[in-house]
Every structure is written in structure tokens, then in C-alpha cells.
Design a protein around this ligand. Structure first.
Ligand SMILES: Cc1ncc(COP(=O)(O)O)c(C=O)c1O
Length: 394
């Protein structure tokens, strides 16, 4: 077999890669497994989306290649929604790129902007597609640890100027996976201004823009003056509509930036199944009828999670957005060891902070993907593991 290339060998293990197999083994042994791992809820998508998929799948024209253009109605629905939701207008044909889930777009974009010697600032803990794209494009990652000290924000002023001058891409994701942090508007203004000065592409991942609680309304980066010159924003139907497996997302940006991503994609895929895009239209059009109820379900799960994990002896902030709780571990308990113990001894899947990069050590993440009672039961079991490890470590 030919030797693998260096850039492939720089890829770490994908954190979720081994969990499905370990889960299967535990279930086969009769363990009552509670999976709070992936951001992949057990909830149903909008019925209108399912109906639209069924109808569209019966039309032969939908079975043909979508190519880059895809279903025009999907582009138009996205554009109308962006205007209604954020007050910003994007031309459906030149300023929107339909994606096969936002992950592929995020990862593919790096091929156009990174190469050896060009830096990508990668927040850690963070979504793994940022480093995946950067490493596969042979870019140079600059890993910035997201810690409570900066409210889990990337403080560009802490990064050496030599690094900033070689940086071409900055990945930001607020509301944030996994920390659940949100970004204040003045922070975003500062970042946009710095990216303009330094000629850095701001890749703003807004996958959780619609999962927010207690009156918090996450902004689009394009609500910030000057963002059109430097930013591309990624959106997804995955979390908003419980449609993770459907692979439906999009990017919004200036025609110049969109055409770059479109060109890369024209060599790597031939468009999402158009029946899925038709379902995407139905999902977006059901926003008012569907999303508030779905958010209320996640809020009930969030409240249950905060109460139960605090009662079990953990400390965590109350998240204002996302479907995650970022839970601190006492000093001296490595997050990977804790997560292993929790799975092996108690059958609970959580994500160790270290799996999201070194900055994530000292925390673990749970997702609000099962009912409140199951989350509470998982917290109880986690409390038992914490108590047993606390004794050993102490
Ligand atoms: C921060 C973030 N961005 C993007 C995605 C990808 O979503 P999609 O299903 O659209 O690929 C996820 C999925 O977990 C995520 O957490």
C-alpha cells in the first residue's frame, strides 16, 4: 500500500468515531445505555418536511443531479428567511450556496484559502470540521484555547502579531459548541474590524442560531457593519428542525466568496438530492409553526440538565443557547478517563472535553438529546462516578 501523506497523518481520531460500536457492545450485554453524546436529538422533524420529501421523491425530475444550482425554491426560501430573521438580504443565486449539511461546506472552504504557511485560527474546544478542513488543506492550525477566562471568546489581541499576519482564516462559532457560550455584539464588531484590517476570512458558524432561550436572540454576523467584506456564515437545518441526518445547510456571503466555495464544490459533489431540498423549503416555511415548540422542548431539557447535574455535585453555567451543557470537572480528573468510566461503569455516553482539543480539558459536554427524566438519571449516574473518582484522585 502507498504510504499515507503527512496531512492525513496530522488528523487526530474523530471523537465520536468509536462510540457507536462501544454502545452496541454495552446494549448487547443488557446495559441500559443513556446517550448524551452527539448533538443529535431524538425528536421528530417538521411533519411538513416529511410530507414534502415523500411527494418530491415521487417526481422523476427530482432524481436527477441537482448540480450547484440545486432547487431554486430552496435558495429562495433561504434568502427570504435570512431577510425576515436577520434583516439582511442575500441574492438567492449569487449570495447563497446550498450545502449537503453545513459540515461539508465548512471543511471544503479551506481548500481555497489554506496551504502550507497560511494559518487558520482554530478555537479549541471546537467543532472538528474546522481543524479537519484546515489540516486536509495543509494549512497551519493555530489552536486557541477557549477558557472561562475570556468567556470562551477568541481574543485576537492575545495572538502574536506575526501569527495574525500569516492568518487567512478565523473560525468562530457562537452560540458555541461545545461550551454554549454566546458572543456579545461589541465583540463581533471588534472581530469584524480586525479581520478587515488583517485581511482574514471570518468563517462564522451559526448552526445554533435558532436554539436560544430566555429571550436571547443570536445575531447573524451580517448584522455587523463591514461583515460582508470579510465573512461567510454557515447555517444548518440539522438542529433547528431535528434534521441532522437529512444533510441540509447553506452558506451566505458576498458573490466573490460564494463563487469560491461553489467552485470547490463543483469538483467534489453534484448537489444535495433535490427532494431533500424540497423538504428543506417546507421546513423553513414551517419555522413559525414548528421552531418555538421545539425550542421549548430543548429548554425543558436544559433546565432539567442544569438542575440534575448541579444536584449530582457538578458545576455548570446555565446556557442561553445551543443543545449543550459544558460541565466542569474537579482538578485532577482527566475528562477522557471520566467519560470512559461513565460509559463502562454506568452506561452513560458524554463527550470528554479533551476530545474537542486541548483547551477542552477539565470539562465534559452533554447534549439535550433525550427526555428530561433520562437526563436526570444520567446525572445521578455521573454523580456516582464523580464521587468514586474524587476519592481515588484525592
Ligand atoms: C458548531 C457546528 N457547526 C456545524 C455543525 C454541522 O451541522 P450539519 O449537520 O449541518 O453538517 C455542527 C454539528 O454538530 C456543529 O456543532
Amino acid at each position: 500500500m502507498p504510504q499515507l501523506v503527512g496531512r492525513f497523518r496530522t488528523l487526530p481520531e474523530y471523537p465520536l468515531a468509536t462510540i457507536p460500536q462501544r454502545k452496541r457492545e454495552l446494549i448487547a450485554r443488557g446495559v441500559d445505555v443513556i446517550d448524551l453524546g452527539a448533538g443529535d436529538a431524538d425528536l421528530a422533524p417538521p411533519p411538513k418536511a416529511v410530507e414534502a420529501l415523500v411527494n418530491a421523491a415521487q417526481k422523476p425530475a427530482m432524481s436527477r443531479y441537482g448540480f450547484g444550482l440545486g432547487l431554486v425554491a430552496y435558495r429562495e426560501a433561504i434568502s427570504a428567511w435570512m431577510t425576515k430573521r436577520f434583516g439582511v438580504r442575500f441574492d438567492p443565486f449569487t449570495e447563497i450556496v446550498p450545502l449537503i449539511g453545513s459540515k461539508e461546506g465548512i471543511a471544503h472552504l479551506a481548500f481555497a484559502y489554506l496551504e502550507p504557511g497560511r494559518i487558520a485560527i482554530i478555537p479549541e474546544p471546537g467543532y472538528n470540521a474546522y481543524q479537519g478542513g484546515a489540516l486536509l488543506a495543509s494549512g497551519e492550525p493555530y489552536r486557541y484555547a477557549l477558557r472561562p477566562r475570556t468567556d470562551f471568546l477568541v481574543d485576537l489581541d492575545e495572538i502574536p502579531s506575526e501569527t495574525l499576519h500569516r492568518t487567512r482564516v478565523l473560525y468562530l462559532n457562537y452560540p458555541n459548541n461545545p461550551t454554549a457560550a454566546v458572543a456579545p455584539r461589541d465583540y463581533l464588531e471588534h472581530v469584524v474590524a480586525r479581520c478587515r484590517e488583517l485581511d482574514i476570512l471570518l468563517v462564522y458558524d451559526n448552526a445554533y442560531s435558532e436554539l436560544a432561550f430566555d429571550g436571547y436572540v443570536p445575531p447573524s454576523i451580517f448584522e455587523i457593519d463591514g461583515a460582508r467584506d470579510v465573512a461567510i456564515e454557515f447555517h444548518s437545518l440539522s438542529k433547528t428542525y431535528n434534521m441532522t441526518g437529512w444533510r441540509c445547510g447553506w452558506a451566505a456571503a458576498s458573490p466573490e466568496i460564494c463563487s469560491v466555495l461553489t467552485k470547490v464544490k463543483s469538483f467534489t459533489d453534484t448537489g444535495q438530492f433535490m427532494a431533500v431540498q424540497a423538504a428543506g423549503v417546507a421546513a423553513i416555511e414551517s419555522y413559525d409553526a414548528f421552531v418555538p415548540g421545539n425550542v421549548a422542548t430543548f429548554k425543558a431539557r436544559r433546565d432539567a440538565a442544569v438542575d440534575a447535574f448541579r444536584a449530582a455535585g457538578f458545576s455548570c453555567d446555565v446556557p442561553r443557547a445551543t443543545m449543550y451543557l459544558w460541565i466542569a470537572l474537579p482538578d485532577g480528573i482527566p475528562s477522557a478517563l471520566f467519560a470512559d468510566r461513565l460509559l463502562d461503569d454506568e452506561g452513560v455516553v458524554v463527550m470528554p472535553g479533551s476530545g474537542f482539543g486541548v483547551g477542552g480539558e477539565g470539562f465534559f459536554r452533554i447534549s439535550f438529546i433525550v427526555a428530561p427524566e433520562r437526563i436526570a438519571e444520567a446525572a445521578n449516574r455521573a454523580g456516582r462516578v464523580l464521587a468514586s473518582m474524587g476519592v481515588e484522585v484525592g
